[in-house]
Design a protein around this ligand. Structure first.
Ligand code: SF4
Length: 229
């Protein structure tokens, strides 16, 4: 995705009309009933971390709970992968690493995506086919729906969703810009062919190098974990 497209998306998120948003929040009326299903592999492929989430977990828990986010964004011509941020590790059964005995072990510092779930914004075409942020996701299969949500809570949800969505896009934008700069300076190019070959070898257990974009620079991780995806 090009940087100007991401800029446009950020503007779409920020200009998404508050009153429309609040109306949908009220209709969905989601309240967490601590069933924990969204913390399991049943609903959750991975928990992506914005930089602030990752930093909070490093400071309050341990860096060992982080892993490069699946799925790697690109690969250079010498077989090194690049990804725009960290995710939380998962347990062997695919559940979130913090999910223990039916509860989040670090609920107070849980990532932003867990706070806003299931109120994420989706990019969907309108009746004229224009792509814009226009819908809040909702799953009727966990938690409690159609509850009364106070004005104050609606505004808090609205702010958190916009913060998360624009934060995600900004992180992506910075990642793309920094990757372009880094590739240019180091005479590298992206290769889909090498990406596919390295992934095949990785799945067979071969160690790979992954560069994770975190707080404006790349951190190198050597990975020999075959259940990242
Ligand atoms: S961090 Fe906590 S709330 Fe978020 S998915 Fe993991 S266990 Fe659930």
């Amino acid at each position: 995705m090009k940087t100007d497209e991401i800029d446009k998306e950020i503007k779409c998120v920020e200009s998404f009309p508050d009153e429309d948003y609040i109306k949908i929040i009220r209709e969905v009326g989601f309240v967490c009933d601590f069933c924990g299903r969204c913390c399991t592999s049943e609903f959750n492929d991975h928990v992506f971390l914005l930089d602030d989430d990752a930093q909070r977990i490093i400071e309050n828990v341990n860096r060992d709970f982080l892993r490069p986010a699946p799925y790697f964004d690109l690969c250079d011509n010498i077989g090194r992968f690049y990804v725009m941020g960290y995710a939380l590790k998962t347990k062997p059964n695919g559940d979130c690493i913090f999910y223990t005995r039916g509860r989040c072990e670090h609920y107070e510092i849980r990532p932003m995506i867990c706070k806003i779930y299931p109120y994420m914004l989706h990019r969907e075409p309108d009746d004229e086919g224009n792509i814009e942020f226009r819908q809040i996701g909702g799953l009727d299969m966990h938690g409690s729906y159609h509850n009364e949500i106070t004005d104050e809570t609606c505004k808090e949800i609205l702010k958190s969703v916009k913060d998360y969505e624009s934060g995600f896009l900004r992180q992506k934008l910075e990642f793309i810009k920094e990757t372009e700069k880094y590739f240019k300076e180091n005479n590298l190019r992206t290769s889909k062919q090498i990406y596919d070959r390295m992934m095949r070898e990785y799945r067979k257990g071969k160690a790979i190098e992954v560069y994770v974009f975190f707080r404006g620079k790349f951190e190198r991780e050597a990975k020999r974990i075959i259940n990242l995806e």
